[in-house]
Design a binder for this molecule. Structure first.
Ligand code: NAP
Length: 303
């Protein structure tokens, strides 16, 4: 069997087109567009390239996008004051602080200072709590898990009653996606198991999965024989396993592999995401979707 490929690059284009249309409608109705600020402290190269892509994508869909670059030695008090300024700015509907922050700044304190109603990353404890309650309480599902769920739904995979096994229990992927899939509602209603390094029979659990979501950060962890024939496999892992020269640019680029042995797994799974080009492109996409939703809520409430 050759699995259906669930391409994040294609789904991203669909969603960005939908967002662009909705931004035009919002502009027509309120004479305003969604506003997103990204605060970048220092010049960590990975953060700079990620933020640059975020800015470019936000501009493409017609958002007001502010990239607020701050020096590495900014004090915690100044950073908190900056967040307070954007919390009070009615033209800003989403605030994102790029991690990691320098050591002299308390990351938790900074993230918790973001108004939960503008926390488009969904990491504020209030939004984590709302996600746990589910239904109408959810304001900002965290972006990577939201992207995973969207891919499963758009690929037409049945989630209701499905056995979902999530490999990994991190706060940014494993725990939230498990929580989302177990909720009552469309795109969910699944029976969920979370596995991790202390799990006794990893292989046995994976073999039961109708939907296998792998977010471990271990290249090739999931072997093809662990996959139930016809299962949907979502590979979240992004692992640098070497370098090569890009044919397009002639520059050195990283060779990326997922947590699943893709070439063998695609002959057994019913549907599978590639790495790269699978879950990766969905994170920024869902960040923009969360910002759009935030703008809609703020503008319809007149704030
Ligand atoms: P993380 O915080 O390191 O968590 C990894 C989880 O996997 C942990 O819960 C760990 O278990 C579990 N794990 C590790 N090795 C395992 C093994 N041999 N058997 C069973 N479980 C194992 O990682 P993360 O932040 O969730 O990220 C996971 C992967 O997804 C990484 O490759 C990351 O780069 C990628 N990622 C991609 C995106 C994207 O594409 N947009 C976004 C986020 C993350 P313990 O808790 O027991 O240690």
């Amino acid at each position: 069997m050759t699995a259906k490929l669930i391409k994040g690059t294609d789904i991203r284009e669909e969603i960005l087109d939908e967002i662009t249309k909705e931004v035009a409608e919002i502009k027509e109705k309120y004479n305003q567009v969604p506003g997103l600020v990204t605060i970048l402290v220092g010049e960590n190269p990975a953060s700079v390239s990620y933020v640059t892509l975020k800015v470019k994508t936000a501009e493409r869909v017609g958002f007001k996008e502010i990239q607020d670059n701050q020096p590495e030695d900014i004090s915690e008090a100044d950073l908190l004051a900056l967040i307070d300024k954007y919390n009070k700015d009615d033209s800003i509907h989403g605030i994102l602080v790029q991690l990691p922050l320098p050591k002299h700044v308390d990351e938790k304190k900074v993230l918790n200072a973001i108004d939960p109603d503008k926390d488009v990353d969904g990491f504020h404890p209030v939004n984590v709590g709302r996600l746990m309650i589910g239904g109408d309480e959810v304001k900002f599902p965290p972006c990577t898990p939201a992207g995973i769920q969207e891919m499963i739904v758009r690929a037409g995979v049945e989630t209701s009653g499905a056995e979902v096994v999530v490999v990994g229990r991190s706060n940014i992927v494993g725990k939230p996606i498990a929580n989302m899939m177990v909720q009552k509602g469309p795109g969910a209603n699944s029976t969920v198991t979370i596995v991790h390094t202390r799990t006794k029979d990893l292989e046995g659990h994976c073999k039961r999965a109708d939907i296998l979501i792998v977010a471990a950060g271990v290249p090739g962890l999931v072997k093809p024989e662990w996959i139930k024939p016809g299962a949907c496999v979502i590979d979240v892992g992004v692992n640098r396993v070497g370098e090569k020269i890009s044919e397009k640019t002639g520059r050195k680029v990283a060779i990326l592999r997922g947590d699943v042995d893709f070439d063998a797994a695609k002959e057994i799974a019913g549907a599978i995401t590639p790495v790269p080009g699978g879950v990766g492109p969905m994170t920024i996409t869902m960040l923009l979707f969360n910002t759009l939703e935030s703008a809609r809520r703020h503008l319809s409430a007149g704030v």
